[in-house]
Design a protein around this ligand. Structure first.
Ligand code: CTP
Length: 399
């Protein structure tokens, strides 16, 4: 945590008193902390306490009293290496989930490009309410890290889930995030993403519903952890922002194959996340095919299997990861795919799972490894799922 800049957002919850301990724990670890408070947080703990602990004035209003000074939420959001909102009340969760930027804390959150950690604190019934749960789900799907509240006695004297996680544990979660952050430094990772389009004529193609979101999230996480990423993307409308991601745009399976075969020999690992079309039309019409009354037959020929081709040229120190999207006999099919393509591990997502697979922002995966290991994960945002997959990759690369 040494030298890390933390924006700590405090909201109106009785657990606000724990924020003082939290600041102390961050500072002890070498972090610099800037506190942002909502107006109601100040009813629970004074800004004087927080500024005395951080050595910085607390930011709470858009404008400093009467002297025309404007506090820039954009500057604060960009200054942060991480934003931690603890305690996060149900009200603030709702505002963050829906972009209601009526206070300094939520505007900072909306401007923040750094990872955001949210530690909810509220009474058990408020926490269990479908609207709170829906808001948390939304916040998760935006890539935020939710630090689940603990079970125990609450301020209302009721027992249940809603108690803000202990400050030491929050600091541990944030610092282990930073520790794992640069584990892929000096590693080169090839990632395929999105669908492929197989041309029928100048205006038509065979494609699939893949959005590319999972592969782009993987590229982002690998880059954030220090890797140099070669992203080979089929036709998708997504943008890449991280400077360590080099993108090669392709359209067909053959183009994707050519790019990946060229890039893999210099890579430490490849993650095959693209939904590659298994077949392409044998003939591609030069001109638009005209309608007539006869039946039409399209002859398809197999495309190269990119993952299998990499499996054949893979050196012992290189890793190869594949995906399987199955509708039946899921595990058995995934395991045989892993063998057939010589993969080190395979990520299985099921089309039967609500919220998983194509076009969703969330995913639920199981990782099956060569050594017989099986690990199942809960429903998470694609960014969080990417984090789990990259953690496994780091483990298998023995980093
Ligand atoms: N894959 C690939 N090249 C192909 C087909 C698939 O690289 N031509 C990769 C995918 O990116 C994925 C894995 O292989 O990582 C499994 O893809 P999937 O479509 O599930 O498998 P197929 O081999 O096409 O098997 P099937 O269609 O019979 O399920």
């Amino acid at each position: 945590m040494k030298g890390k800049k933390i924006v700590l957002g405090i909201t109106g919850s009785i657990a606000a008193y724990k924020a003082a301990y939290l600041v102390r724990a961050f500072i002890k670890k070498g972090a610099e902390v800037q506190v942002v408070m909502t107006p109601s947080a100040k009813e629970f703990i004074t800004p004087v306490t927080m500024s005395a602990l951080t050595g910085k004035p607390v930011v709470s209003e858009f404008f400093a009293a009467n002297d025309g000074t404007w506090h820039s939420h954009v500057d604060l959001g960009l200054w942060a290496d991480a934003m931690v909102i603890a305690p996060a009340s149900a009200n603030t969760l709702g505002k963050m989930a829906h972009g209601v930027a009526d206070n300094m804390l939520v505007t900072c959150y909306l401007s923040c490009k750094a990872p955001v950690f949210i530690a909810p604190a509220m009474d058990l019934d408020m926490f269990a309410h479908p609207s709170t749960q829906r808001n948390l789900e939304l916040l998760r799907s935006y890539g935020n890290h939710i630090i689940e509240p603990a079970e125990g006695e609450l301020a209302s004297h009721l027992q249940g889930k809603g108690r803000m996680e202990e400050p030491d544990r929050i600091v541990e979660i944030v610092s282990s995030f930073f520790a794992s952050e640069q584990r892929l430094q000096k590693k080169k990772i090839v990632i395929t993403a999105g669908p492929t389009y197989e041309k029928i004529d100048p205006v038509r193609f065979i494609g699939n519903y893949s959005s590319g979101k999972m592969g782009f999230a993987l590229a982002e996480v690998c880059a954030e952890r220090g890797a140099e990423v070669e992203l080979v993307a089929g036709p998708v409308s997504l943008k890449t922002v991280h400077p360590a991601i080099r993108r090669t745009n392709v359209e067909s399976a053959q183009e994707m194959y050519d790019a990946v075969i060229r890039l893999y020999p210099d890579a430490d690992a490849a993650i095959m996340c693209a939904a590659v079309a298994d077949y392409r039309p044998q003939e591609r019409a030069e001109k638009k095919i005209k309608r007539n009354t006869d039946d039409m037959t399209l002859t398809l020929v197999p495309n190269p299997d990119i993952a299998a081709a990499l499996g054949k040229i893979k050196r012992p120190e290189q890793l190869l990861v594949g995906f399987a999207l199955e509708t039946d006999n899921e595990e058995q099919n995934a395991l045989s795919k892993m063998q057939r393509k010589n993969l080190d591990f395979i990520v299985l997502n099921s089309l039967q799972e609500p919220g998983a697979g194509f076009r969703c922002d969330t995913n639920r995966i199981t990782i099956l490894s060569r050594d017989g290991e099986k690990q199942t994960f809960g429903l998470k945002s694609k960014k969080e799922v990417a984090g789990d997959i990259v953690d496994k990759l780091i483990e298998k690369l023995h980093l």
